[in-house]
Design a protein. Structure first.
Ligand code: B16
Ligand code: MG
Length: 219
């Protein structure tokens, strides 16, 4: 029986990938590293520290943990500055409607994001009221594809993984949902999230009607 939903943030609730891109690009330019949108797409859903490791690896560079942490902190300063520009108009199309529908029908809802800035983003969107629990990069130490963040959300909601559907736009996020025993909905192309139980191209397609029709034996 489905009683709860756990949503990833970037790529599901709103699209902060562009702000992440601009901040990493500025840091890369300052340091003479090569960084483009293709590399940025590999950072989808992975933690800040894992992201800098991907960028350094792409440039054939290695650094000690402290230097990497300092550089990642610099990127974060740039990223956080840009979050002030997010407004309640920046929900991905369809997302607000789904969250409202879930509230009306009395489902439990949690956030399960890798971002340490998730609360700030939800605040800017005026979206905090849609969530019973905020699970973010500060809640657990293990990153996706480890299921820790989703297990945290389910536990705080008082639910078992099999009672929850996870929404994810990242390959590692769908891997994490599956590893934790959750039902999964992938948002994005088949090549990225085709391994989810159910996949939609966009959040606009992901209506509660469609979800209930697919998981009909679980509602
Ligand atoms: P921060 P999600 C992820 O968000 C982003 O997709 C990823 O690009 C970012 O590195 C990660 O959050 C950490 O974000 O630097 O703000 O802690 O998709 O898990 O909501
Ligand atoms: Mg995401």
């Amino acid at each position: 029986m489905i009683k709860g939903f756990i949503f990833d943030l970037d790529g599901v609730i709103t699209d902060t990938a562009e702000q992440h891109y601009v901040a990493w690009k500025r840091l890369s330019d300052e340091n003479g590293w090569e960084f483009d949108r293709e590399v940025n797409d590999k950072l989808r859903g992975i933690s800040r520290l894992d992201s800098i490791k991907v960028i350094l690896d792409h440039n054939g560079l290695t650094m000690d943990e402290e230097t990497m942490a300092n550089l990642a902190a610099k990127k974060n300063e740039k990223y956080v500055e840009s979050l002030d520009d997010i407004t309640p108009d920046d929900f991905l199309p369809g997302t607000k409607e789904l969250l409202t529908h879930l509230r009306t029908e009395g489902f439990h809802v949690a956030l399960g994001s890798a971002s340490k800035n998730a609360s700030k983003v939800l605040q800017q969107l005026n979206a905090l009221g849609y969530f019973d629990i905020i699970g973010d990069g500060n809640s657990v130490t293990e990153s996706k594809p480890d299921p820790a963040i989703f297990l945290y959300g389910a536990e705080k909601l008082g639910l078992q993984p099999e009672e929850c559907i996870v929404f994810e736009d990242a390959e590692s996020g769908v891997d994490a949902a599956k590893a934790g025993g959750f039902h999964s909905v992938g948002i994005g192309p088949k090549e990225r999230v085709g391994h989810a139980d159910l996949r939609f191209d966009t959040m606009e397609d992901a209506t509660l009607f469609e979800i209930k029709s697919y998981f009909k034996d679980l509602f």
